[in-house]
Design a binder for this molecule. Structure first.
Ligand SMILES: *[C@@H]1O[C@H](CO)[C@@H](O)[C@H](O)[C@H]1NC(C)=O
Ligand SMILES: *[C@@H]1O[C@H](CO)[C@@H](O)[C@H](O)[C@H]1NC(C)=O
Ligand SMILES: *[C@@H]1O[C@H](CO)[C@@H](O)[C@H](O)[C@H]1NC(C)=O
Ligand SMILES: *[C@@H]1O[C@H](CO)[C@@H](O)[C@H](O)[C@H]1NC(C)=O
Ligand SMILES: *[C@@H]1O[C@H](CO)[C@@H](O)[C@H](O)[C@H]1NC(C)=O
Ligand SMILES: *[C@@H]1O[C@H](CO)[C@@H](O)[C@H](O)[C@H]1NC(C)=O
Ligand SMILES: *[C@@H]1O[C@H](CO)[C@@H](O)[C@H](O)[C@H]1NC(C)=O
Ligand SMILES: *[C@@H]1O[C@H](CO)[C@@H](O)[C@H](O)[C@H]1NC(C)=O
Length: 490
């Protein structure tokens, strides 16, 4: 369906934002402040009712009255909590002369949260406990997922038919520009990770003349995101797993024993196959192929957690619950039962393709399976979105071929499990003058930081200096050593 939006331009810039000490205990810090900013619920109608964006600001060390807006991915990552947690690192990484601002995007947490289960926490807990399933878990898994996806889509629709079309990325992009207007700054400074790059690319394509300094870090392919099935994201996943295995062997980790990296890798893939038919019961949990694969995949983003991953896999292989407990703690700390609803609410309404039969998506499933041993986690999202009953009221419909006022900086990691370098190169092709900085690490640029990458980010924000094309930065933190963080998963 073609939809011709009519956009009503704000008559005057919003009044200045009233920053105050934050009320929420998690954000109590003398350098943090909070504000709420009203924006239209529906940008396509005149006199729309408004919603309040909840903003969090970390004050610059030296005040220059310049801000950087951040988004940490998902969609549906708790952006304010992530900023609060990473504030010290991000102030250093951005040079300390910009305020850092974020907000939980519409559709999440306190702002129009997209909810398929309402306040039925039991239904949500059951849904969370029965996910994830992977497409290759068995030869009946896809059919079960397809039916489950239909039910999920229907449940979400029945519970939520007002907000379902109001939380797409184009509206979120307009929200970001409302913040820039309210700040009274003359252009957008932005650092987005993962889904935050899809948001950033959308903002840059919709408002090219207002782009000042935009960094897209761990880039999503926006063509696939809006018009297809996400397959390219798994391009380098197996390479990252090989990196986990070889660094595990080099560090003589719990799994290494006497094996070469190639032997260990084969034995781990064999073990995952074995789990399909022989799930393990440990510490009151059934550990099956899907759970084990998802644990591995979710920690491939986080080299800092690789020692726990190695010990945990060893525990599953040998039936040692003590060894699994550390891994369970790491995974438990990240589990977020709300994330599936937020992610589906935003991403599925952004996506154009729908399908009426499982067989319609099988060609995409085949392509997906070619990409990685772990890519079958994505078939569940295929089933949700193909059955989705909402469409975002506005979608960016252009081709991402644009000239921004200032060129943008893209960062792609050499070893990235879900936002491969090839996607950064793809986006760069469309944005005139943009440059791709290759970060030679695992995870994201924050997961295995590099002094060189940080220096480039600082000079970009402070002086608009772009790296020379084809620059590569090596990480400063070793594998199986410590790392800073692991936010921004999708
Ligand atoms: C920042 O803005 C405030 C209020 O407009 C002004 O008083 C101050 O001089 C500005 N600081 C800088 C460094 O421009
Ligand atoms: C407050 O945030 C700053 C970073 O802006 C951090 O260095 C400091 O440790 C935090 N203080 C507390 C008490 O958490
Ligand atoms: C759940 O929501 C319904 C309808 O909004 C309300 O009547 C009920 O009290 C809520 N239950 C809980 C436990 O909050
Ligand atoms: C949307 O939800 C409301 C309240 O639950 C319901 O009355 C209405 O029929 C729904 N509309 C559609 C199109 O499903
Ligand atoms: C190490 O590997 C060699 C060759 O595969 C084998 O002969 C030896 O028994 C192994 N040692 C241990 C401790 O497993
Ligand atoms: C289980 O793992 C712990 C920690 O590595 C170790 O101390 C313990 O001996 C192991 N238990 C058995 C039965 O192997
Ligand atoms: C970017 O990715 C899309 C979707 O995979 C593809 O159709 C397009 O050809 C790519 N563009 C470039 C320049 O690689
Ligand atoms: C920005 O440029 C100034 C002037 O050339 C220089 O002194 C400063 O080191 C640069 N900042 C960064 C972060 O490179």
């Amino acid at each position: 369906m073609r939809f011709t939006p009519v956009f009503f331009v704000a008559v005057a810039l919003a009044s200045n934002i009233q920053w105050q000490p934050c009320a929420e205990p998690d954000f109590r810090n003398s350098t943090f402040s909070c504000a709420s900013l009203p924006v239209p619920l529906d940008y396509t109608v005149e006199d729309s009712e408004t919603i309040d964006l909840q903003l969090l600001k970390v004050s610059a060390k030296t005040n220059t009255n310049r801000s950087i807006i951040l988004n940490f991915g998902g969609p549906g990552e708790p952006d304010r909590a992530n900023l609060a947690q990473l504030a010290s690192y991000l102030l250093v990484a951005t040079g300390g002369s910009h305020d850092l601002i974020t907000f939980d995007t519409r559709g999440t947490y306190n702002t129009l949260p997209f909810s398929c289960y309402g306040n039925d926490t039991l239904a949500r807990a059951v849904a969370a406990a029965t996910t994830p399933t992977f497409g290759r878990a068995s030869n009946t898994a896809l059919g079960a997922q397809w039916a489950g996806g239909k039910l999920f889509a229907e449940t979400c629709y029945a519970r939520n038919n007002l907000t379902g079309s109001m939380i797409g990325t184009a509206f979120i992009a307009r929200d970001v520009m409302r913040i820039v207007d309210a700040l009274g700054e003359d252009g957008l400074r932005y650092w987005g990770f993962s889904y935050g790059t899809l948001l950033g690319a959308t903002i840059a394509a919709m408002f090219p003349d207002r782009m000042d300094r935009v960094v897209l870090d761990g880039v999503v392919n926006p063509f696939e995101y809006y018009h297809g099935y996400d397959i390219e994201k798994y391009t380098d996943t197996d390479k990252v797993f090989s990196g986990f295995v070889s660094s595990c062997v080099a560090a003589n980790c719990a799994l290494a024993k006497n094996q070469s990296a190639a032997e260990l890798e084969k034995s781990l893939y064999d073990f995952l196959e074995h789990l399909k038919f022989n799930p393990v019961v440990l510490a009151s949990t059934v550990i099956d192929y899907s759970l084990a694969s998802s644990a591995i995949l979710s920690l491939l983003y986080s080299p800092g957690a690789w020692p726990s991953l190695a010990t945990g896999i060893h525990g599953v292989m040998t039936g040692n619950a003590t060894e699994v407990s550390d891994l369970t703690a790491v995974l438990g700390a990240r589990s977020n039962p709300l994330l599936n609803e937020y992610l589906a609410g935003i991403q599925c309404s952004d996506k154009a393709p729908r399908a009426s039969e499982l067989s319609d998506i099988l060609p995409f499933v085949d392509d997906l399976y070619q990409k990685s041993r772990f890519s079958d986690i994505q078939t569940q999202v295929f089933s949700w979105c193909a059955n989705w009953k909402f469409s975002a009221k506005e979608r960016y419909a252009g081709d991402f071929q644009v000239k921004t006022r200032s060129p943008i900086l893209l960062i792609g990691n050499t070893y990235d499990p879900v936002t491969p370098l090839v996607s950064a190169l793809n986006v760069s092709h469309g944005f005139q003058g943009s440059v791709v900085l290759e970060h030679g690490g695992y995870g994201t640029s924050m997961a295995q930081p590099s002094a060189c990458t940080i220096a480039h980010i600082q000079s970009f924000f402070d002086n608009a200096t772009l790296p020379t094309p084809s620059s590569v930065c090596e990480p400063s933190v070793p594998l199986f050593g410590s790392s800073l963080s692991d936010v921004g998963e999708g």
